[in-house]
Design a protein around this ligand. Structure first.
Ligand code: URA
Length: 256
């Protein structure tokens, strides 16, 4: 109850209780004992503490259109993703970011632990992007994208790269790229490194989530099962963290 009410982390609250520093209604609190947050008089180190109602977690999946930034306080931004949200009065933040000129799947939450597990590279959650590029992508470029590319901030991890279609008349290709890390402007930089410019970029998938049923500019709440599944995926990927993520097609077979 103390942790949910914002007194401190669960561990910090347990240690306060274990060391006898918490009193509930004049009695030293015991670990595991229940108290009614609405009526109990709670003191820590002899001082009364106000127990706030637990903050309800919020998890939103937005289909971000281009032209919106992910920064909450950007004096130069004309439009931010927060302009698209209605009746959200809590302070929420994006899980990672999409560039202003990138569209697609963006998660927003007020749950710091959730955001950390989904955005931190150590959890390797797969994110799939669809890019329309100028030019006809060669098998060699796809192999480089899969195997890793030396960018100014180091080698990229193995990725999945699939050619979806080419249009020789318009001189464009559509590719799908699944990354297991999330560096700044990573897809655009990887494409540039193999000689292609992204004309349009959309994030289609994040872990188990897709944009199905969501028009650009609209959003929905995640179901609790979806939140649990994402957290489980993050835990699995963390457990496998010693093993580098595998691209679907091994690099040495990619050109065969
Ligand atoms: N990679 C990019 O280049 N831009 C994004 O917005 C996301 C991934």
């Amino acid at each position: 109850m103390l942790a949910a009410a914002g007194i401190g982390s669960r561990r910090a609250c347990e240690s306060l209780i274990a060391s006898g520093r918490v009193m509930v209604d004049g009695q030293v609190a015991r670990l595991g004992a229940k108290a009614n947050p609405e009526t109990a008089a709670i003191q820590v180190d002899g001082r009364r503490v106000a127990v706030r109602d637990p903050i309800a977690p919020i998890y939103l999946l937005l289909n971000k259109p281009i032209g919106y930034t992910c920064t909450a306080h950007d004096a130069h931004a004309e439009r931010t993703v927060y302009d698209l949200l209605k009746n959200v009065n809590e302070r929420i933040f994006t899980v990672g970011r999409l560039d202003e000129d990138t569209a697609g799947l963006l998660l927003l939450t007020n749950d710091g632990n959730f955001a950390y597990r989904l955005a931190h590279p150590r959890f390797h959650l797969p994110k799939t992007y669809q890019a329309v590029v100028r030019g006809i992508i060669s098998p060699w470029a796809l192999t480089d994208l899969r195997c890793g590319i030396l960018l100014e901030d180091g080698m990229t991890a193995p990725a999945d790269a699939q050619l979806i279609e080419t249009d020789r008349k318009r001189n464009v290709s559509v590719i799908q790229l699944t990354l297991y890390e999330g560096r700044n402007r990573q897809v655009r930089r990887m494409l540039n490194a193999v000689g292609f410019k992204a004309l349009a970029l959309t994030r289609m998938r994040f872990g188990n989530l897709t944009l199905t049923g969501l028009a650009p500019g609209t959003y929905r709440k995640l179901q609790s099962g979806e939140v649990k599944e994402l957290m489980m995926l993050a835990a699995q990927h963390e457990a496998n963290a010693e093993i580098p993520p595998q691209a679907e097609m091994p690099c040495d077979e990619a050109n065969e």
